[in-house]
Design a protein around this ligand. Structure first.
Ligand code: COS
Length: 383
């Protein structure tokens, strides 16, 4: 058994950590406050090679393993959830389905610009009435000659209404299966197609500097060749994509927890009350010890799940476990971090306030904690 990372992975971690400290930390607070997506940092993240990380170089990707992508996401999340969300959604959900299931023509057409960060792509699964019950998708795609005519809407879609978004993958009902259940297929819809509108959503508690949208399809016509993979495979494709996506949400939980811990340890050693640093009170030292322990355990399970994926072994159960655990570890770490900062932790001036808000998404997005428990329960044969 070897727990060490390769030299390339260590170099990647250090360079992304330096980048996040120097380029993201100085702007994160203001972007969060203004609820603004930054094209400037997006461009810098692209220059660093944070898009298309696990995609073959043939399509303009970095050709790295999945664990490298997860380490990079973790390091961005250590500083800011919004920027990590942009990276994670772009790689796992935007690029992922096109890379895994796209035809050669679709990959050649879309991937190079997504991998260079010139363009972003959305993942249209969630609908107003289909959240956890994701297969209850109401958006329809009706065949008409050599086109699909799409009607319906999607909600809470990341990266789907930026100026550089070039399209979305949308789950649509394309008919009925023999067993009477809806036939669900994924269709690629390019930005600018008549009848397709993406509206930016505002007023979020968290990830305020990432882009979130509602999508509307009103007799939106796309060519038949825009189907992703075989007709009727849409739900499987989305679920498989989410297995990988859940690892990146795990990375956001792990990185966020690490960020909370780093800030809390530093502050607790500097802050003096009753004549000594507050870290010297056992009640506080134990909080920090618990955080260190939980982060260590969370990292092990997340990296193990990534290792399974890189080895092409089944990893759905471990991905659900890692996502569930890392997001709940961050919940406890953010709570401790704010508590250790006392009154200052309640102020926007201190980063822990943002971490505390950003954490909540991790227990909801890409499958709630309850859904992860369903997935695990089924995969261990309990449900
Ligand atoms: N990979 C590939 N296929 C999968 C899969 C996976 N990980 N998980 C399930 N499937 C397939 C099943 O094999 C089944 O196939 P058939 O219909 O051909 O038999 C199909 O998908 C339906 O599976 P299941 O019956 O388990 O679906 P349920 O409706 O019971 O839903 C949950 C299962 C709740 C786990 C699923 O709907 C889910 O993950 N919901 C949350 C969605 C989510 O994460 N949304 C967040 C989006 S933010 S990007």
């Amino acid at each position: 058994m070897d727990f060490s990372l390769s030299m390339e992975q260590e170099i990647l971690r250090n360079s992304v950590r330096d980048f996040a400290e120097n380029e993201i930390r100085p702007v994160a607070k203001e972007l969060d406050e203004k609820e603004t997506f930054s094209y400037e940092t997006m461009q810098k993240m692209a220059e660093l090679g944070l898009f298309g990380m696990f995609v073959s170089e043939k399509y303009g990707g970095q050709g790295m393993d999945y664990i490298s992508y997860i380490i990079a996401t973790e390091e961005i999340a250590r500083i800011d959830g919004s920027h990590a969300a942009t990276v994670a959604a772009a790689n796992s959900l935007g690029i992922g389905p096109l890379y895994y299931f796209g035809s050669e023509e679709q990959k050649q057409k879309y991937l190079p610009k997504l991998c260079s960060g010139e363009a972003l792509w959305g993942f249209g699964l969630t609908e107003p009435d289909a959240g956890s019950d994701a297969s209850n998708s109401k958006t329809t795609a009706v065949s008409d000659g050599d086109q699909w005519v799409i009607n319906g809407s999607k909600i809470f879609i990341t990266n789907a209404s930026t100026e550089i978004t070039s399209g979305v993958t949308s789950l649509c009902r394309t008919g009925s299966r023999e067993d009477g259940r809806p036939e669900l297929s994924c269709i690629l819809i390019e930005a600018g197609t008549p009848g397709f509108e993406a509206r930016e959503m505002h007023g979020k508690l968290m990830w305020r500097a990432s882009n979130t949208s509602e999508l509307y399809f009103d007799d939106c016509r796309v060519p038949k060749k825009n189907m992703l993979g075989p007709r009727g495979n849409g739900f499987h494709q989305m679920m498989q994509t989410l297995d990988g996506g859940r690892l990146s949400i795990g990375a956001m939980g792990l990185g966020g927890a690490q960020g909370c811990y780093d800030l809390a340890l530093k502050y607790s050693r500097e802050r003096t009350q009753f004549g000594k640093p507050i870290s010297n009170f056992q009640v506080n030292a134990f909080k920090l010890a618990d955080m260190a322990l939980e982060i260590e355990c969370a990292r092990l399970i997340l990296y193990k799940a990534c290792w399974l994926r890189d080895q092409k072994k089944p990893f759905s159960k471990e991905a659900a476990m890692a996502k569930l655990n890392c997001s709940e570890v961050m919940y406890r770490c953010a709570n401790h971090a704010v508590q250790l900062h006392g009154g200052y932790g309640l102020m926007k001036e201190y980063d822990v306030e943002r971490f505390y808000r950003d954490q909540k998404l991790l227990e909801i997005g890409e499958g709630t904690s309850e859904v992860q428990r369903i997935v695990i329960s089924r995969l261990i044969g309990a449900l």
